[in-house]
Design a protein around this ligand. Structure first.
Ligand SMILES: *[C@@H]1O[C@H](CO)[C@@H](O)[C@H](O)[C@H]1NC(C)=O
Ligand SMILES: *[C@@H]1O[C@H](CO)[C@@H](O)[C@H](O)[C@H]1NC(C)=O
Ligand SMILES: *[C@@H]1O[C@H](CO)[C@@H](O)[C@H](O)[C@H]1NC(C)=O
Ligand SMILES: *[C@@H]1O[C@H](CO)[C@@H](O)[C@H](O)[C@H]1NC(C)=O
Length: 396
């Protein structure tokens, strides 16, 4: 009798333990941050339980994940206002539509993470983050790398991963290639077996009406290959930053020092001069599809700048975007009572962080680039703090 009770007791404890393990697994921190994803996952499990009473939940097929994502996109876009018509099908590749494509061209540490994430806050956006990561710390200014780089960009913008083995292999070891693509990454976290599979990615990508991309390695004149591809119908944004801010920010990255394309102001500023000439040409040839902007203007006036940029891009200034700007430009770094706005001061940290010898060195190497893009040289070390480094610039 005693024996029986003991076994019963052990069984009860064992069941309790299993239940606890089950709950704690469902309570992983990831899902805490993503209530919607969590619910979606539960719904999916529920679907499979109802359709099959057996204890093991079969793994959803690629097609299951794709149709699940189609529903998520439909939900996300419920209150979205398309520029022309109201049909998602007109904008997705899977239905033979034409996505709105945006490419941000810039260089390292010029504020493109922020701008890229703003665009990605648009519901239904698929974000090709830094597709040329596997080229390393180098600028692509022409042959021999420009051809393969442009081929990669075009394939991605057409959702064709079939021949991108190198890109995908690199991504498997450097997942930040995909983590900024939040809508893809949400599924990658659940279905790791599909994440780097070209078949899956081709179908997944084609569901999205908005395709955005940012690259820090391709110089602007090469982007004409994208602009003159009528079928691609891409819009290109050049994002520029004060070289003193860029160089200061790069100093704090361990991958930059010792790489001449990254830590040498003369290389950075020669690229800025060449980008300026390219910008004049592109604006003349593609006035509706090319635009240049400065990180400092974006930071000082994020709402107006983004609203204006979205008009140009044909994107709707959705509540998600407003919320993103609210949470990323109104951070009170100095505490609750501080009026210190992170986004307003971020571009100008270089004034505190660089010593005057460094400032002068950059200014000597960047005289022309700074004049062209409207950045003001400092007079002397004692007036640096009060310097307004911005003046206007014009592209024509
Ligand atoms: C449930 O799935 C198992 C294994 O996948 C299968 O053998 C079984 O026939 C299914 N049952 C029903 C009711 O669909
Ligand atoms: C991708 O997934 C499909 C379907 O599951 C499979 O047939 C194919 O072999 C996978 N490709 C790779 C490269 O793993
Ligand atoms: C300025 O900074 C550079 C690099 O950090 C350093 O080598 C140099 O000694 C500094 N100069 C002065 C005057 O502090
Ligand atoms: C720095 O420049 C300001 C304004 O041009 C001038 O008034 C000041 O005397 C200068 N200081 C030094 C140390 O040269």
């Amino acid at each position: 009798m005693v024996r029986k009770n003991e076994i019963f007791g052990i069984a009860v404890v064992a069941i309790l333990c299993l239940l606890l393990i089950g709950f704690s697994q469902k309570d992983t921190p990831n899902y805490h941050n993503r209530p919607a994803r969590y619910q979606q996952l539960l719904d999916l499990e529920e679907t499979f339980r109802i359709s099959n009473n057996s204890a093991t939940v079969p793994t959803p097929s690629i097609q299951d994940v794709i149709s699940q994502q189609r529903n998520i996109i439909l939900q996300e876009l419920e209150d979205y206002k398309f520029p022309v018509g109201d049909n998602l099908e007109d904008y997705t590749l899977v239905t033979g539509g034409q996505p709105l494509r945006t490419v941000i061209i810039t260089t390292w540490r010029s504020g493109s993470t922020f701008l890229g994430d703003v665009v990605n806050a648009v519901p239904g956006n698929y974000y090709h983050y830094e597709p040329l990561l596997d080229y390393g710390i180098m600028q692509i200014r022409g042959a021999p790398h420009s051809e393969s780089a442009l081929r990669t960009l075009k394939s991605l913008l057409n959702c064709d991963y079939t021949n991108l083995h190198k890109y995908l292999e690199f991504g498997m070891d450097h997942v930040y290639l995909f983590t900024h693509n939040t809508r893809l990454w949400n599924q990658c976290e659940v279905y790791q077996q599909y994440c780097w599979n070209a078949t899956f990615l081709n179908d997944f990508c084609k569901l999205f009406p908005f395709q955005s991309m940012k690259t820090v390695r391709l110089r602007l004149w090469l982007a004409e290959t994208l602009l003159n591809d009528e079928e691609l119908n891409v819009k290109v944004v050049l994002l520029v930053r004060d070289p003193r801010g860029t160089i200061q920010s790069r100093k704090h990255r361990d991958w930059c020092p010792g790489e001449p394309d990254c830590d040498q102001p003369n290389n950075l500023c020669a690229d800025m001069v060449s980008d300026y000439s390219a910008a004049i040409q592109l604006k003349k040839r593609y006035p509706e599809r090319f635009r240049a902007m400065r990180y400092e203007d974006l930071s000082l006036n994020p709402y107006d700048t983004i609203r204006d940029l979205f008009d140009f891009l044909g994107l709707y200034f959705h509540n998600n975007v407003v919320r993103f700007l609210d949470s990323h430009t109104r951070v009170n770094v100095g505490g609750v009572s501080s009026t210190f706005r992170d986004s307003r001061s971020a571009p100008f940290h270089w004034k505190m962080d660089l010593n005057y010898t460094e400032v002068q060195f950059i200014e000597e190497n960047c005289d022309e680039a700074m004049k062209l893009w409207g950045y003001v040289r400092s007079k002397n070390s004692s007036t640096l703090r009060d310097l307004n480094p911005l003046t206007s610039f014009e592209i024509n």
